[in-house]
Ligand binder design. Structure first.
Ligand SMILES: [Zn+2]
Ligand SMILES: [Zn+2]
Length: 212
């Protein structure tokens, strides 16, 4: 609502100072307050800090792509669209590095100061428009962090690590196995030249072949 002074020079309010410097902040003066007016927004913005859960996240400084539509409604500005966030992490099963891009839908109402929505909502229930600006950073961060998996996997059917040697099972031949010989018996077996007749943990497998 407040008209910017034609000259940007001189003592400006802190908000008017280089408003384009922060790509997460959107100047709403172009959109205006007339219900129904619309503005497309397509830009990238760097994450100011790590957005992450245990094993995966968006490292600080990563460019997040925002493709949003801002729509002026009675109570404020409705933001809808998509956020693309590159994530890096490691597989919860095999610890292999993971790189991916999350594409997330967003729909959020930013309420005007003094609007009914603002008046009837708890402080943390609704995002607010600050003066002539709207800040997308918290919305993007919340959307991304909520979508991060607690147990990310490199592939849906990742088999994890071999309990015997700690290598990735997917990198090993299908018949990879370990002869499990109890160290206490290994000496005896060598002494008597005997091979253990049964090995623990391999029930269904019998060396004798029955009629096929
Ligand atoms: Zn894996
Ligand atoms: Zn192994």
């Amino acid at each position: 609502m407040s008209a910017a002074s034609p000259s940007r020079s001189g003592a400006a309010s802190p908000d008017a100072r280089r408003p384009a410097a922060n790509p997460w902040r959107v100047d709403l003066r172009e959109l205006g307050r007339r219900a129904g007016s619309m503005q497309e927004l397509d830009r990238t913005a760097p994450t100011p800090e790590d957005w992450r859960v245990e094993l995966i996240g968006v490292p600080a400084g990563t460019e997040v792509h925002l493709r949003l539509r801002l729509e002026s409604v009675m109570e404020g500005v409705l933001v809808t669209g998509e956020i693309d966030a590159p994530v890096t992490g490691s597989c919860a099963r095999c610890l292999e590095p993971i790189e991916d891009t999350l594409s997330l839908d967003v729909q959020e109402l930013y309420a005007y100061e003094g609007s009914t929505t603002e008046a009837t909502s708890e402080e943390d229930e609704v995002r607010r428009i600050e003066g002539d600006h709207l800040d997308l950073e918290a919305l993007a961060r919340d959307t991304v962090v909520l979508a991060l998996p607690l147990a990310p996997v490199c592939t849906e059917d990742c088999a994890g690590l071999c309990a015997g040697c700690g290598q990735r099972l997917d990198d090993l031949p299908a018949d990879h196995a370990h002869e499990i010989v109890d160290a206490r018996w290994a000496g005896l077996a060598a002494k008597f030249g005997a091979t253990p007749t049964s090995s623990p943990g391999a029930p269904g497998e019998s060396p004798t072949t029955e009629e096929n």
